[in-house]
Ligand binder design. Structure first.
Ligand code: FE
Length: 345
C-alpha cells in the first residue's frame, strides 16, 4: 500500500508542474489539491499535513455545508478550482452526482482497498468511513422483546415508545431509501406509517437529543447513528452515565444487515488537479489515514482490516447491510414523498 502511494507521488511532479504554475504562483513544485469539505474535524487537518509531507502536494481547503459546496461547485462551472468534494451521507453524494459535478475515477488502489458496496459503480465517489443507524433502548424499562429489525419499529407492541428525529433529516431519508431498496415501496410506506403511530413525541432535536431522551426515560426506544453513541461512550463522566442507561440493538442481523451510511469523496468534473485529487483519495485508504479519518467522527474505517476506536468498538460487532450506497441515493426522492404521506414531520 505504502509503495503504491509513494510511486504515485513520484510521478506527480512531472505531470503537474505546468498545471500548478498556471493555477497559482504559491503552489509548490508538486502542485496542489483543492478540497471542498463539509467535514470539520481537527484530525482532518493532520491528514492534510501528513499528505503534504508524503507527496509535496499542497492542500487548500474550503469548508462549508454540503449543499452550499455542491451549489458553489455547480455555479463555478468549468472554472471551479474544486478538485475533490468530501461530504457525509450517500444522499448528499447523490445530490452531487445529480448536479453533474462528479467525474468517474478508475483506481486499482481504491478498488482493492474499498469494498464495492462503498464505492459508486462508476467511480463517481468513494466511501471512506461508515456509520450505522441503530436502535437504542432504556435498559431500566426492560429489553424491548421482539425488537430485532427496523420492521419491528412499526409493530403496535411499541406504541408510544419511539423517539426519532424529523423526516427532513438526511439520515432518516437514507434509512427509508434502503428500506425501499430492500423491501419495496409499499412495505416502506407501511413501515413509515407504523413508526409514526409509535412515536413517543413529535420528532424534535438531533440524534444527541434522542440519546438524552431515551436515557432519561422520556422515551423507551430511539433510533440514532453510532458515532453519536460513541461520543457518549467515550466521553466525560456525565456522558458515560447517560450512555450506561442504554442498550444498543443492531437491527436486521439475521436479514439484510444493519443500515449503514458513508462519509465519502468524489473527484470534481473540471478538477484542475485531478491526479492530485486521486492521489489524496488513495492516501485516505492507507491504514493510518483510515484510522484518523474514521476517528475524527467516531466512525468505522471503510477499509475492513482497519480497526475502529475503542468507544466505537464497545458498541459491539455487527453485520452491515451491503446495499450499494448509490442505491440509497437513488431512492431519496421517493423516501421524502413517503415520509410526507405518512405524516412524519
Ligand atoms: Fe450527524
Amino acid at each position: 500500500m505504502k509503495r503504491l502511494i509513494i510511486s504515485t507521488a513520484m510521478l506527480l511532479p512531472l505531470s503537474l508542474t505546468i498545471a500548478a504554475c498556471a493555477e497559482t504562483e504559491e503552489a509548490g513544485a508538486s502542485g496542489e489539491v483543492n478540497i471542498y469539505s463539509s467535514r470539520h474535524y481537527d484530525t482532518d487537518l493532520a491528514l492534510y499535513d501528513d499528505f503534504t509531507e508524503q507527496t509535496g502536494i499542497t492542500v487548500n481547503r474550503i469548508e462549508a455545508d454540503a449543499d452550499a459546496l455542491i451549489e458553489r461547485i455547480s455555479s463555478e462551472g468549468e472554472y471551479s478550482p474544486a478538485d475533490l468534494l468530501v461530504t457525509v451521507d450517500a444522499g448528499r453524494l447523490w445530490r452531487a452526482e445529480e448536479a453533474g459535478i462528479l467525474a468517474s475515477v478508475e483506481s486499482e488502489t481504491l478498488n482493492e482497498r474499498l469494498p464495492d458496496y462503498l464505492r459508486h459503480p462508476d467511480g463517481l465517489w468513494f466511501g471512506l468511513s461508515t456509520r450505522a443507524r441503530v436502535v437504542i433502548y432504556n435498559t431500566a424499562a426492560g429489553t424491548p422483546e421482539g425488537l430485532e429489525t427496523y420492521a419491528d419499529l412499526a409493530d403496535p407492541a411499541f406504541r408510544g415508545d419511539i423517539c426519532i428525529r424529523s423526516s427532513s433529516n438526511i439520515y432518516n431519508i437514507s434509512l427509508l431509501s434502503s428500506i425501499i431498496a430492500n423491501e419495496g415501496a409499499e412495505a416502506a410506506e407501511n413501515w413509515a406509517s407504523g413508526v409514526v403511530a409509535n412515536f413517543a413525541r413529535d420528532p424534535q432535536g438531533n440524534d444527541t437529543a434522542q440519546i438524552e431522551a431515551v436515557s432519561a426515560g422520556e422515551c423507551r426506544i430511539g433510533v440514532v447513528n453510532t458515532y453519536y453513541l460513541a461520543r457518549f461512550a467515550g466521553g466525560d463522566e456525565e456522558q458515560r452515565a447517560i450512555f450506561d442507561n442504554l442498550g444498543v440493538i443492531f437491527p436486521d442481523q439475521t436479514g439484510n444487515g444493519t443500515h449503514i451510511n458513508i462519509s465519502g469523496a468524489g473527484v470534481v468534473t473540471n478538477a484542475p488537479n485531478r491526479e492530485n485529487a486521486i492521489a489524496f483519495l488513495e492516501y485516505l485508504t492507507s491504514e493510518s489515514a483510515q484510522q484518523y479519518f474514521a476517528n475524527g467522527n467516531n466512525e468505522y474505517p471503510a477499509v475492513t482490516d482497519v480497526a475502529a476506536n475503542s468507544a466505537v468498538e464497545q458498541l459491539g460487532e455487527f453485520k452491515p447491510d451491503t446495499l450499494n450506497a448509490a442505491e440509497i441515493g437513488r431512492n431519496q426522492r421517493e423516501a421524502v414523498e413517503i415520509f410526507d404521506r405518512a405524516g412524519w414531520n
